[in-house]
Ligand binder design. Structure first.
Ligand SMILES: Cc1cc2nc3c(=O)[nH]c(=O)nc-3n(C[C@H](O)[C@H](O)[C@H](O)COP(=O)(O)OP(=O)(O)OC[C@H]3O[C@@H](n4cnc5c(N)ncnc54)[C@H](O)[C@@H]3O)c2cc1C
Length: 274
């Protein structure tokens, strides 16, 4: 509703709903030919132009008219004065951040970081009966069936001599002309921590969409038929050739998941294995 107020000056949910509905009706098409047409059918011209067009074109590195309609099936719209991105009842970040949580979980457990499983499979396989592999599944198989596609990101970090740069953990930039998609200001992830908030400096990270080249950091799976089929073929290869290796997590399952889903599927898999 804050957005609709800024766009159209409306304060009542019903007014906003009516504007969106009338723009959707104007745009109704039998078979939207591309992402632009599909998005306008779903949310109307104004929301599309303000929030979706520039952002999507930056993320994908292509014009919305060149992207398939199938990328977006629905665009959820909320008619409440609530600026949260997610609709979940419980939202948050572990106190002190994820590092503290992970450190606690690993207390008393042997662990190593900074080693690549793929560099010495025989050695790591010798340590356990079951292996959970959370890297890219195509890389595991030496890309033997082909490359899975991803979108990547480049992060630019800066320390600024101000206490509070943007007043929020994340601000998204939907315009095409701004080269980054969002700025993260890390201190706001812990709103109750007055000591951090009052420091005279702050750390911000700008996120720039980037092409992915195999072997570099993979972020977002490109969800289309070619990639889904290729991933299924790699999974079959895994079941046949390495039955004690489990391909898990967002890269093993080649699916974008939020933290809650990532944790939930990790718990399910570990229960099944144990
Ligand atoms: C830019 C971005 C922003 C996000 N924002 C949010 C958000 O706001 N809210 C939210 O809920 N979720 C968010 N997510 C999603 C969330 O980060 C993921 O769902 C979660 O991290 C997935 O956990 P995972 O264990 O499956 O994979 P990962 O976190 O990727 O963990 C996989 C691990 O495997 C290791 N690994 C890979 N290959 C090898 C190898 N060969 N040898 C040894 N180790 C290896 C990697 O180093 C990594 O540590 C975001 C994701 C991205 C990319």
């Amino acid at each position: 509703m804050y957005t609709f107020y800024q766009m159209w000056g409306v304060t009542q949910p019903e007014e906003a709903r009516r504007i969106i509905e009338s723009q959707r009706r104007e745009a109704v098409m039998e078979n939207p030919a591309n992402l632009e047409e599909q998005a306008i059918c779903l949310v109307g011209r104004d929301v599309y132009a303000t929030l979706i067009k520039g952002y999507t074109e930056k993320q994908w590195g292509r014009a919305c008219t060149e992207l398939p309609a199938s990328i977006i099936k629905r665009l959820p719209v909320r008619f409440t004065f609530d600026n949260n991105y997610f609709n979940d009842r419980y939202q948050g970040i572990p106190v002190g951040g994820y590092n503290v949580l992970i450190k606690g979980l690993l207390d008393g457990i042997e662990w190593r970081t900074g080693c690549n499983y793929l560099d010495d499979r025989a050695y790591f396989d010798g340590l356990a009966d079951e292996i959970v592999y959370t890297g890219p599944i195509d890389e595991y198989f030496g890309w033997s069936l082909g490359f899975l596609e991803y979108r990547s990101l480049r992060f630019e970090q800066e320390m600024l001599p101000v206490s509070n740069y943007q007043g929020n953990a994340i601000v998204n930039y939907t315009e095409r002309t701004v080269p980054y998609t969002r700025i993260v200001e890390h201190k706001h992830f812990e709103p109750g921590n007055g000591a951090v908030l009052s420091l005279p400096y702050t750390v911000v990270t700008r996120e720039y969409p980037a092409d992915y080249t195999p072997g570099s950091e993979a972020y977002y799976p490109v969800d289309n038929k070619r990639n889904r089929d290729l991933h299924a073929a790699y999974q079959d290869m895994g079941r046949c050739n390495v039955p004690h290796t489990w391909f898990a997590g967002r890269l093993g399952s080649y699916k974008y998941v939020d933290m809650g889903q990532a944790i939930s599927s990790a718990l399910k898999l570990s229960k099944a294995l144990l």
